[in-house]
Design a binder for this molecule. Sequence first.
Ligand code: GDP
Ligand code: PGA
Ligand code: MN
Ligand code: MN
Length: 611
Amino acid sequence: MVDIDAALDAAGLKNPHVREYVHYWADLTGAERVEVVSAADDTRLIAEALEAGELDPAGDGLYYSRSYVKDTARSEERTIVATNDEKDKGVYNNWRPASEMTSLLEERMRGASAGKTMYVIPYLMAPPGNALAPYATGVELTDARTVVLHMIRMSRVGAEFLEGLEDPNQFVRAVHVTGDLENLGQGTPDDKRYFVTVADERTILHFGSSYGGNALLGKIAHGLRQAAYDGWASRKFLAEQYMLIGIKDKQTGKDYHICGGFPSASGKTNLAMMLAPDVLGDRYHVSFYGDDIAWLWVDEASGKLYGMNPEYGVFGVAKDTNEGTNPTALASIAEGTQSIFTNIAYNPVTKEVWWEGRTPEPPADTAGWLDWKGAPIADRTAEQAGEPWAHPNSRFTTTLDNVPNIAADYNAAAGVPIDAIIFGGRTRDREPLIRAITDLAEGVYDGLTLGAEATSAAEGKEGVLRYDPMSNRPFMAYGEGDYAAHYLKIVGAAKEQPIFAHVNWFQRGDDGRFLWPGYRDNLRPLLWLLQLKNGEVSGRQTPVGIIPTVEELNLDGVDITPEDLETILTIDNARWQQEMGYREEHLKQFDNLPEEIWEAHRRVTAALEQE
Ligand code: GDP
Ligand code: PGA
Ligand code: MN
Ligand code: MN
């Protein structure tokens, strides 16, 4: 057996709680070696992964990886929040008793890392020195080297982040064991996978995947589920699946900050990386703070609502990323950035990569090209010809330092004041381009009733409409009623209230095409929202919020017909009245939903009926 103490000593990890934790799991999983890692180990670990065939070279300073074919998305069905109190049971958190899940996972993990190295990854999910840093410290244990490489890109990794803990026992214990991927029965009644957050013990136990949010435990399990629970238990903060951007008005010198939740694979990363449209670029600049997670709290000194991104990197959807849609993303993954691609198409001869939408047509010469499963494209039968080369949920991983529009102060301890909170998702009809909401309870109500089409970021049927409260459905850690009350309390305590809005870039015509060009043009409705907040425009009041008039929106250079524009700036009253019935059913599932939320629902219903 390995000398664990020697490995911990060499890394300077003296915290006795950390040492005990590492010993316990190394022993239980039967790992052959223990290695403590930091960001400084990246070059060596990359070389080892290349040598072991876990990564392939994809150009200068770029790497390609493929995950097991049945392991390409987050598994919501197998994800569980466990606690010691049944009161924490919600509709979406798949609650189970802590003791039951802990013993079940220990059973799965026992001996399951035999022959492997257990990597110890000390990490911080916050800008150093941030007010919420005490909730942001964790130690992931994993038996997968590629998980280490992703964690180094996605979070701040190193033993130094464990130093100076006020309470040496206040770190999240996050254990990841890959398991025998080819024999786990993924998606069958005998599915062996479990992704568990034991929230009131601050322990995360994930077994049976090496992909993304199932395996990078700092990101979603800690950054969203555990933090949501901690934020509620401490009454101090919110942890949300939000992007966070700055918009600078160079003419007035003002800086604004907007955060917002869209379900996975619905546009957060693209919005955060947005380059202002050419005609607006002289006046406005968009800066990137975060693209997937924001923690929100009320700053003690100013009394304002503040937000920060706990992550250190981007795990972005590859599909449709190109020079036109998102030049910033392409620059972030250019040669030399040490980015890692997962499950796109790869050519081992030329070291090129490709994904759907990278160019209008796939490479004409298919020689050497392999699809995301590793099968030669040239060998495809006529039947297989239409299959995508890349998995629809294929991804790129890069650090924030590579993002050209990264905010100058992204790493500052303070975080940034929040001016607006937006919700959105893929909705093919009903939802207009933007509708603004000025009342807090109505804003929270709107978030709770976010309905959008399912995407490929999670296993299951794509395109099916489902409610996804605040885009947090897969990350809900406790009861939805308690969540709504906590949200109202945190945001309600801020001295200045943010404006809320619901946006939709995905309305479609009868022929299936998107009515709004989206991407860089999404800045336009956001500028209108800020103008509305500043009292510079007044919009048009509708029963479901304020929508812009055509004159108020800056549409200079936008490619859209007057008819399509009218459609996306119109409320279909009959359709909305029908929606209110569905919403009522949806909200009725939640225990202890605050009366303010029901009042908001009744107000909107009555306004629609009166119109
Ligand atoms: P995230 O997972 O929420 O961060 O979403 P991404 O920003 O990665 O986008 C997911 C998918 O939606 C990608 O294929 C994008 O190209 C596409 N997408 C993003 N923004 C827009 C938009 O404004 N319009 C359209 N039509 N597609 C978009
Ligand atoms: P996404 O992030 O929201 O950018 O898709 C990954 C995820 O939620 O799994
Ligand atoms: Mn996400
Ligand atoms: Mn994203």
